[in-house]
Design a protein around this ligand. Structure first.
Ligand code: NDP
Ligand code: 2IT
Length: 447
């Protein structure tokens, strides 16, 4: 995947201007790699320097988050919000709380979000934020105090028409509730549309909790249908055991597939008879326990500490934990073991080497910015409901999500075909997502 001379020069410039941000460089490289034929068809994109403009965030905030732990000791974390692009709508994207968070991760996620949000067809720009705060082992009051302190800085730059955060790794309905409560207190406004992923009883949307996992399965189902295949009887592995992984499991099972392995950052559980979802939900959503305890309740299951989930033979793989979790070696193993489809629930979970192996082997490969767009799409549906003070039923909202995922699959397939890479949904997603944003940027003048 070598860039042409023009794109290589742009890439080198971006790397030089953003030193030490490997994940951001990787995300930019993948988008640039798709755009060669697009710049030939639309020379105005180069004239307006759209690539250099789009890879420079519109605004970035880095702030101190001081808080006190349960022993009354002072703790300091770093908070981030990168408002990347507002060509299509208010900045939109989640918050990640994980010790690995630094500017390079927030920028890769924010950059991906621009194109993902464009693909949803809904009016949302791209952003991301978070903190190097580690929620593991923290009490609920520590989490609350941290969220409140985080919002004491963040509230100045967000708003329902400005920037609308949501969850990501380490941020779910509980954290969104604490963040929203503090925003309300600071602004003296019940501005429901300022954040999404809220609880159902105060402005949240049906299906938002399920949306990323369900949407990813709907997307993979479209890929399978394009080859007259379906989930019935398929062996499936899902990495992670958080929000995205859980609802991927739920929908795969409903579609007749069997999830035989899941994981967390400590290890992998495997059961050829299928992983019991109720136990996972109880452990992860209620008791906040580690996955290794699963085998105490299910004797047929096996736990492997530090195991490699991609070594387990499967028909369909759903990487749903974190970036770069599928290496070239993992992709090779998956292909050799007969994997026919990969749906990226996580953001950028496959390394460039891995992606090339999937594409060359003809694996049905759904890249994150298309396959996991159901989460943010349903966030945009939550914003619509908040704006009209309305609440739709589960069925109505789920039907909209299904239609959105079908449309994304269609748009990616058509763009891949039109620009000379039929079946390559990585190129298709980047091209289809990019063109709309580029046009909107040109229409709005030099800003
Ligand atoms: P959760 O915090 O609910 O779950 C994350 C899961 O991934 C946990 O099982 C966690 O294990 C594992 N994990 C996280 N970081 C690592 C790591 N560095 N190494 C190994 N395992 C890790 O997050 P989500 O389910 O919300 O997010 C999962 C992925 O999906 C992320 O890439 C996120 O960006 C993406 N995504 C999420 C959306 C959403 O709506 N929530 C929307 C679109 C994409 P452990 O508990 O051990 O840390
Ligand atoms: O990566 C993502 O798309 C998300 N974490 C969801 C963002 C959102 O605003 O719902």
């Amino acid at each position: 995947m070598a860039l042409n001379e023009h794109l290589q020069a742009i890439y080198q410039d971006i790397v030089a201007r953003n030193p030490g941000e490997a994940e951001f460089h990787q995300a930019v490289h993948e988008v640039l790699d798709a755009l060669g034929p697009v710049l030939v068809k639309y020379p105005e994109f180069s004239e307006h320097k759209i690539l250099r403009r789009i890879s420079e965030p519109e605004r970035q905030l880095i702030f101190r988050v001081p808080w006190q732990n349960d022993k009354n000791q002072v703790e300091i974390n770093r908070g981030f919000r990168v408002q990347f692009n507002s060509a299509l709508g208010p900045y939109k994207g989640g918050l990640r709380f994980h010790p690995s968070v630094y500017l390079g991760i927030v920028k890769f996620l924010g950059f991906e979000q621009i194109f993902k949000n464009s693909l949803t067809g809904l009016p949302i720009g791209g952003a991301k934020g978070g903190s190097d705060f580690d929620p593991k082992g923290k009490s609920e009051s520590e989490i609350m105090r941290f969220c409140q302190s985080f919002m004491v800085e963040l509230w100045r730059i967000i708003g329902e028409h400005t920037d609308v955060p949501a969850g990501d790794i380490g941020v779910g309905t509980r954290e969104v509730g604490f963040l929203f409560g503090q925003y309300k207190r600071l602004t003296n406004k019940f501005e429901a549309g300022v954040i999404t992923g809220k609880g159902l009883y105060y402005g949240g949307s049906q299906v938002r909790t399920e949306a990323t996992g369900y949407g990813c399965v709907y997307f993979v189902n479209e890929m399978l249908k394009s080859r007259n295949l379906d989930f019935a009887g398929k062996k499936v592995t899902v990495s992670g055991s958080g929000n995205v992984a859980i609802y991927t499991h739920e929908k795969v099972t409903e579609f007749g597939g069997k999830v035989i392995a899941m994981s967390d950052s400590n290890g992998v559980i495997y059961d050829e008879k299928g992983i019991n979802l109720e136990t996972i939900k109880q452990f992860k959503e209620v008791e906040r326990r580690r996955i290794k305890d699963y085998c105490d309740h299910h004797k047929g299951a096996r736990y492997t500490p530090n195991g490699r989930i991609w070594d387990i033979p499967c028909d369909v793989a759903f990487p749903s934990a974190t970036q770069n979790e599928i290496t070239g070696r993992d992709a090779k193993t998956l292909v050799e073991n007969g994997c026919i489809a990969v749906g990226e629930g996580a953001n950028m979970p496959t390394t460039p080497e891995g992606a090339e192996i999937f594409l060359n082997a003809g694996v049905l490969y759904g890249p994150g910015k298309a396959a996991n767009a159901g989460g943010v799409a349903t966030s945009a549906l939550e914003m619509q409901q908040n704006a009209s003070r309305d609440a739709w039923t589960f069925e109505e909202t789920d039907k909209k999500l299904q239609d959105i995922m079908k449309n994304i699959f269609q748009a990616c397939s058509e763009a891949a075909e039109e620009f000379g890479s039929p079946g390559n949904l990585v190129k298709g997603a980047n091209i289809a997502g990019f063109i709309k944003v580029a046009r909107a940027m040109i229409s709005q003048g030099l800003i």
